[in-house]
Design a binder for this molecule. Structure first.
Ligand code: SF4
Length: 366
């Protein structure tokens, strides 16, 4: 059975051609699947009955199965999805007054091995397929529409997507990009590129490749240290791409897309939170169209890293602001903090264990 969530418009055209149908049927299918969230071919009433029957015999629309689905008091909703062989990923929806943001995972586990991140500790299992990435969005929109009673095709519950869940999205470039193109296809999900943000720990060649795609996808870079000595300790990818190389790639990205880049910085007490490092960072970021998000670390069990105090966090922020770098302190409050990948997941875990009341599953570590 072919999972139609794996196919873009061209792929669907080829698929329906294989069933002896005209290409425009693919567009109809895309609308049913992505704009109306319909998985049952029998419900696709503008398709001929004979085609519906052939589709039912040859294809499915299948998102990863849901292991758990929980909603906190403030409306944050989280799904743990089964991607097989003992691997689970999470997808989180955060409703806000003017938007609904979905945080999507791109890999089961992560190969980047950042020292302070539990997903990194867990190691890399595998890349998610395009269908598994798109499937998170498909499932979430489908479930949220049902929850909120939304039926109009042009209405969307999810207005923004951030690739900040489990994994390093640029380490799964082809599948992630294929999913992103489906997200912005007006016949499919139809989200504006500016409503999508991809968070990376700094795969420089892939940032350049992303800049050449010609889409105004938002870029968030998990920096965590302003110099190579410290950053290499915290994020081993820095051995391959130095801070200066990373910042040069960010400058190129800004030049090509004209989009402001976000730097995520997880503050760890006594590790990367000194005033000297703040000064160094302010110096390094001069001239870059950027914004800094400071996130006091969400500690993981058995880790020596602890969050910076509120006072020290404010001092670090003030140094950046005094140097003209727009800076926001993000608290551990879920997705609106736009924290870096594994940090975000920890942020959600922290909120789940406290104010937000979302229960984390044992399988989730990052
Ligand atoms: S912080 Fe992000 S890139 Fe680093 S190990 Fe965790 S999930 Fe991977």
């Amino acid at each position: 059975m072919r999972n139609l969530l794996d196919l873009d418009a061209a792929g669907l055209e080829a698929f329906v051609a294989g069933l002896g149908e005209k290409p425009f049927r693919a567009r109809q299918l895309l609308r049913w699947i992505h704009r109306r969230g319909v998985a049952e071919f029998t419900a696709m009433t503008d398709l001929a009955r004979s085609l519906r029957e052939r589709l039912a015999g040859a294809a499915v629309v299948a998102a990863p199965p849901v292991i758990s689905d929980s909603t906190s008091a403030d409306g944050t909703r989280k799904w743990l999805l089964d991607v097989g062989q003992g691997n689970a990923i999470e997808t989180v929806f955060i409703p806000e007054e003017d938007r609904g943001t979905l945080c999507v995972s791109s890999q089961a586990g992560c190969a980047m091995n950042c020292l302070f991140c539990a997903t990194g500790r867990q190691g890399f299992n595998r890349n998610l397929t395009t269908a598994e990435i798109i499937g998170q969005l498909w499932w979430a929109e489908h479930a949220l529409r049902a929850q909120q009673g939304v039926t109009a095709e042009h209405e969307r519950v999810i207005s923004n997507v951030v690739l900040m869940g489990m994994g390093e999205p640029l380490h799964n470039y082809n599948n992630v990009w294929s999913a992103l193109r489906r997200l912005i296809d007006p016949e499919a999900f139809g989200l504006g590129a500016r409503h999508i943000t991809l968070s990376t720990v700094g795969l420089v060649p892939m940032i350049d490749r992303m800049a050449d795609e010609g889409l105004q996808i938002g870029l968030a870079v998990s920096l965590h240290a302003p110099n190579d000595e410290l950053r290499t300790q915290l994020t081993p990818i820095n051995k391959a791409y130095s801070v200066d190389e990373l910042l040069a790639a960010v400058r190129r990205y800004v030049a090509k897309t004209n989009r402001r880049v976000t730097f995520e910085y997880a503050l760890m007490a006594g590790v990367n939170d000194s005033p000297e490092l703040a000064q160094e960072m302010a110096h390094k970021l001069q001239g870059i169209l950027c914004h800094v998000n400071l996130i006091p670390l969400n500690p993981i069990p058995d880790s020596p890293f602890q969050p910076t105090s509120d006072e020290e966090t404010e001092r670090f922020a003030q140094i950046l602001r005094n140097a003209g770098i727009p800076t926001t302190i993000r608290l551990r409050r879920g997705i609106e903090i736009n924290a870096g990948c594994g940090q975000l997941r920890r942020a959600m875990a922290a909120s789940g264990n406290g104010r937000r009341g979302v229960k984390m599953q044992p399988a989730e570590n990052g």
